[in-house]
Design a protein around this ligand. Structure first.
Ligand code: ADQ
Length: 489
């Protein structure tokens, strides 16, 4: 494409996600301070030069007054962000309720909430109504800002109802939807009371993407078994209209991590950490504190390893960095206490006055500290019970070109499909197997470590986040063109 001024044409990309990539703090009646959070999606899209991305989402704060909303909208516009204002009740029902209490556990095979069936059914209905209402509010904002030729990319399980709402506004809109979590087996999805409505809404999109081929296959079979539609190699067909379904495995901005390793702050951290853990092998876990990440199971496996390997007791340390999330949800509070209790017990059992086997931090680390930790680690432990992809495993590999440490990786993380040949794959529920893998990793020869690392490093550096975003959006453009050609024939 060429513009009249000779500069390359950049297609507008409207990225719609539950949360905007900013944290907003109100400083006064009409003033806000904003900080961009450099998550995976932001870096992925910043690297894509073909598109001019705009973000649409909730800013994570309740702004009930007009003055505040206007000021925040203005401040966000400078960061190419457009807010969707959700009130507290909607956030409670849609986000905490339907998204985090129902869809998140279900998609990770943890089932539907069961405490009180009757109450669950009643709250389920009001939460689903709030979910649809919230999705409609996102659609209203997208529609207001949409211009002909834009591409609309909807993200994640929060917005499964959005493709349908958007197409009702404008059937010509190019709409893609991508799921960051697993899509479970159709037998699991069948248990969801709103199973059909959600599938139909997603199918309104032109392109539907998942991290792995398995998730895409589960989605297609849910559509065939629950809706009775036809699954084809391209996707799902309904009365002659095809929704393209495919796998688009995400990656990271590997260069950002590799470059950071040579910077002064990271080198300082590396020196400090190397001195601190001199004489001990370092094992590392970095997770959001969430039940899907399998943190208690991981720590219990480490305990079993210490029980069975006396000679390693003073020579190994596990650093578990677990950033708290969804702290207002009781299950997450329970999980925090459970993890603290297990860590305390193991440190009491195997620690000495001078050292403890587990260092557990309940917080987020800044980028430089995180890179340094990845770089000095001997064995990374990623033991998610289910995980859409898991980017921590990618980040670890990117930072390991000097050390060539070992990655122990859950076979239930999407990353197992891409890093499986270089990692030691484990079933995180099998604590005996994970303990044996820790021993295998710590005793692995340098040649084998190098061979495994080389495989994973080549993958991580060649399948980047930028490439992921580019592939999805160009596939979406192509899908729409093909559909137009089909209707003309
Ligand atoms: P998450 O469940 O958040 O993402 P993950 O892919 O591992 O999981 O990404 C976590 C990110 O947060 C990483 O970039 C990591 O560096 C950072 N992080 C985690 N703990 C941290 C800590 N203590 N301090 C600092 N940073 C920390 C969801 C899905 C995944 C999928 C991604 C992307 O659940 O399966 O891979 O989206 O699609």
């Amino acid at each position: 494409y060429e513009r009249q001024d000779g500069k390359p044409f950049r297609q507008r990309l409207l990225v719609v996600a539950n949360r905007l990539p900013v944290s907003a703090v109100r400083r006064g009646e009409d003033s806000w301070s904003l900080e961009i959070s450099a998550g995976g999606l932001v870096t992925a899209l910043l690297g894509v030069k073909e598109f001019e991305a705009r973000w649409i989402g909730w800013a994570g704060v309740n702004v009930p007054d007009d003055v505040g909303q206007k000021a925040l909208t203005k401040a966000l516009a400078e960061k190419r962000c457009i807010p969707v204002f959700l009130d507290e009740e909607i956030v409670h029902q849609y986000y905490n309720g339907y998204c985090n209490n129902i869809l998140w556990p279900l998609f990770h095979y943890l089932g539907l909430p069961q405490e009180d069936r009757l109450a669950t059914t009643r709250s389920f209905q009001s939460q689903f109504a709030a979910y649809k209402k919230a999705n409609q509010m996102f659609a209203d904002v997208v529609n207001k800002h949409y211009e002909d030729g834009d591409v609309v990319w909807c993200h994640d399980y929060h917005l499964m109802f959005l493709p349908k709402c958007l197409k009702e506004y404008n059937s010509e809109m190019k709409v893609g939807w991508f799921l960051h979590t697993p899509f479970p087996s159709s037998e699991i999805h069948r248990t969801l009371p709103s199973r059909s409505e959600l599938l139909r809404s997603v199918l309104a999109a032109d392109l539907v993407g998942f991290h792995t081929y398995d998730y895409a296959r589960h989605f297609v079979s849910a559509c065939t078994r629950i809706l009775g539609l036809e699954g084809t190699p391209e996707g799902v067909e309904d009365q002659g209209r095809l929704t393209r379904v495919a796998a688009f495995p995400i990656g990271i901005d590997s260069e950002r991590f590799i470059r950071a390793l040579d910077t002064l702050p990271v080198q300082d951290h590396i020196r400090e950490l190397t001195e601190r853990f001199k004489g001990r092998k370092v094992m590392l876990g970095v997770d959001r504190l969430d039940m899907i990440k399998g943190i208690p199971q991981k720590i219990l496996a480490f305990e079993k390893f210490l029980e069975e390997n006396l000679s390693w007791r003073d020579r190994v340390v596990l650093l578990q960095i677990a950033v708290p999330t969804r702290t207002d949800v009781p299950e997450y509070q329970k999980l925090t206490s459970q993890v603290h209790e297990i860590v305390g017990r193991i440190n009491g059992r195997f620690g000495s006055l001078s050292a403890v086997p587990i260092h557990h931090l309940d917080r987020s680390l800044d980028f430089h500290a995180l890179c340094a930790l990845y770089a000095i680690t001997d064995v990374a432990l990623v033991t998610s019970l289910r995980d859409g992809m898991n980017l921590v495993s990618y980040e670890f590999v990117a930072c390991q070109d000097a050390k060539k440490g070992v990655l122990i990786l859950s076979e239930f993380a999407g990353a197992a499909q891409s890093l499986g040949a270089g990692a030691i794959l484990v079933n995180p529920w099998n604590i005996t197997e994970v303990a044996a893998s820790i021993a295998q990793a710590l005793n692995m020869s340098a040649e084998e470590r190098e061979k495994r690392h080389k495989h994973n490093f080549a993958h991580v550096t060649s399948h980047t986040a930028q490439e992921w975003a580019e592939t999805f959006v160009s596939e979406l453009n192509d899908t729409v063109v093909e559909a137009q050609l089909r209707t003309r024939q």
